[in-house]
Write a protein that binds this ligand. Sequence first.
Ligand SMILES: Cc1ncc(COP(=O)(O)O)c(C=O)c1O
Length: 399
Amino acid sequence: MSTAEELDTIGIDRLREIGSVKWSVFPEAIGAFVAEMDFPIAPAIAAAVRDAVEGGLTGYLPAAVRQRMSEAAARWQQDRYGWEVPAQRIRPVPDVLTALRATIDFFTAPGSSIVLPTPAYMPFLTIPAMHDREIIEVPMLIQDGRAVYDLEGIDRALADGGGLLILCNPYNPLGRVFERAELEAVAEIVDRHGARVFSDEIHAPLVFAPHRHVPYASISAVTAGHTITAASASKAWNLPGLKAAQVILTNDADVETWKRPEVSWAEHGTANLGVVATTAAFDDARDWLAETLDYLDGNRRLLGDLLAEHIPGMGYRPPEGTYIAWLDARELGIDGSPAEFFRTHAGVAMTDGIACGAAGEGFLRFILATPRPVIEQAVRQMAAALRAHADADGASADL
Ligand SMILES: Cc1ncc(COP(=O)(O)O)c(C=O)c1O
């Protein structure tokens, strides 16, 4: 059987049995709201984790094991994006959000605001407040149907007290993979303000041809000088529960700062099994990723075809990267939250765009990393709910 045929056969009953967050929070609904993949992990990763457990690697994280992940991550960055980073500058952290918290605390001017292009990945909107920081939202602009940075807005936000710009590339939830020139334009502004960038590149392995991921810090000495990069195998190989990610440091001053015990404490909690799994992902599960990306490529197209056929009023542009679809429900005639409407009336649980900032109102986030028959069922259920809604409206208009 081909990969696609195998993945197509994974049914909803099986997914509920596994009981991931996606399939257990709303037991009555198709889970499409959290960025988890519904596919079995790569055999090479499963074998590496099994070997680690059976070999007794369940104590604290040994330096040699940690070092192997940094080296594998360095090889990945070099082979995949042509970015040469010394392994000793790739530090382990349990997850990308820990990296963000450390960046806010130790790499930005005290009290400075966080500049956030929106719609944004939901925790970016909640974490700054935990660090007594304000957020300046800068809604993305739409140009020829494509989301682009509002460079003047970013400039103004940095002038208004912004100290850190959060870049998410590839972009959750908009699916953009930014081109070098776009990133260069951002870099010029950040540099002019002496600000910093947190470049979240967790979705970097998930890019569809002909798009190419450009690591922001790799662009120039200027971007290397003002950026903390966060990377991880956790989205592309579905390992977020194993707790391992990487912070990539790209200038001497940041390397020195990271050495301070209160800063490198961010490494604490990185899990052996995550480190082992990540090493296997970067080194030994590249073919698995290529096959999975092919399947996801089919999924993003399939969703477009299904929406065109069954819900033509729903706006959708297939993502250039990530397995996240950003759906525009504003023309569907739904009063109130579209996510609530579809969860209650269609049995499809998605993220409401409003959770991604004011710019997301009327939109939905739908996770595409699921078997194709599940996508088809979700769209059919949504279309049926909209028809019933329209019929009910028609009936009440006739009264
Ligand atoms: C853009 C982005 N950053 C960070 C995360 C969370 O990553 P982690 O579990 O490593 O904190 C996600 C999860 O979906 C994400 O999409």
